[in-house]
Ligand binder design. Structure first.
Ligand SMILES: Nc1ncnc2c1ncn2[C@@H]1O[C@H](COP(=O)(O)OP(=O)(O)O)[C@@H](O)[C@H]1O
Ligand SMILES: [Mg+2]
Length: 214
């Protein structure tokens, strides 16, 4: 049986991490298949170390966009080789919370590295492993930011919604929608504003409609 590679994509607070296990569990129950969950960056020993570099601020030394791109690339290479390809070879369904389309959108659209450069790095590191279906969880930027404020315990400092971060998050949202417009066969845009239960249902419907998963 062939493995199936799914990714959950979208901006901050759209619900990717909330949906990951819910969707995985529903797929296990309905299909009886092995379902492996992953997250980018992370998931293997080396990839988790790279994640720590990407997430930690070093005082006085910013991570350059170029450095970010290379670190995400290194991380995805490790994930593909040591986690995703072995699982797909076993016939498993793999679902990843973010993957290379986030690199295209964040390092390309939002941090302004040439999209061709990001795409070449993605292809180089993945060696042909690419998602069969990308589920873009789409919500208005303000709703995503409200949700992440809730996630961080209602810290009121996060309520400041300065125009620069609004522009960044808008570029991210539009970046994902543009990718979906360009490759409608491989992307499904999911309205992620309803309740978690409804969003899970929409994701599952998109998966069952597009892929022979049973
Ligand atoms: N459909 C939803 N409706 C309301 N709140 C949600 C929904 N999905 C997620 N949340 C909440 O929003 C916050 C961000 O969700 P999360 O899954 O961490 O987003 P992401 O991983 O995409 O950044 C969390 O506090 C989560 O509980
Ligand atoms: Mg998350």
């Amino acid at each position: 049986m062939n493995g199936i590679f799914l990714t959950l994509e979208g901006g901050e607070g759209c619900g990717k991490s909330t949906q990951l296990e819910r969707v995985a569990e529903a797929l296990r129950t309905r299909t009886g298949r092995e379902v492996v969950t992953a997250r980018s960056p992370g998931g293997t020993a080396v990839a988790e170390k790279i994640r720590a570099i990407l997430k930690t601020r070093e005082p006085g030394e910013d991570l350059l966009p170029e450095t970010e791109l290379m670190l995400f690339g290194a991380c995805h290479a490790q994930m593909c080789e040591h986690m995703i390809r072995p699982a797909l070879t076993r016939g498993a369904v793999v679902i990843s919370d973010r993957f290379t389309d986030s690199t295209l959108v964040y390092q390309g659209c939002a941090r302004h590295i040439a999209p061709e450069t990001v795409a070449r790095v993605n292809e180089f590191v993945c060696r042909g492993t690419r998602p069969d279906l990308v589920l873009v969880l789409d919500i208005p930027v303000e709703l995503g930011l409200r949700r992440t404020t809730g996630r961080s315990g209602g810290n009121t400092q996060n309520d400041r919604f300065d125009s620069e971060s609004a522009a960044f998050h808008t570029a991210v949202r539009n970046g994902f929608l543009e990718l979906a417009r360009r490759e409608p066969g491989r992307f499904a845009v999911i309205d992620a504003s309803p309740s978690p239960e409804q969003v899970t249902q929409s994701i599952l419907e998109a998966i069952y409609a597009r892929l022979a998963i049973l």
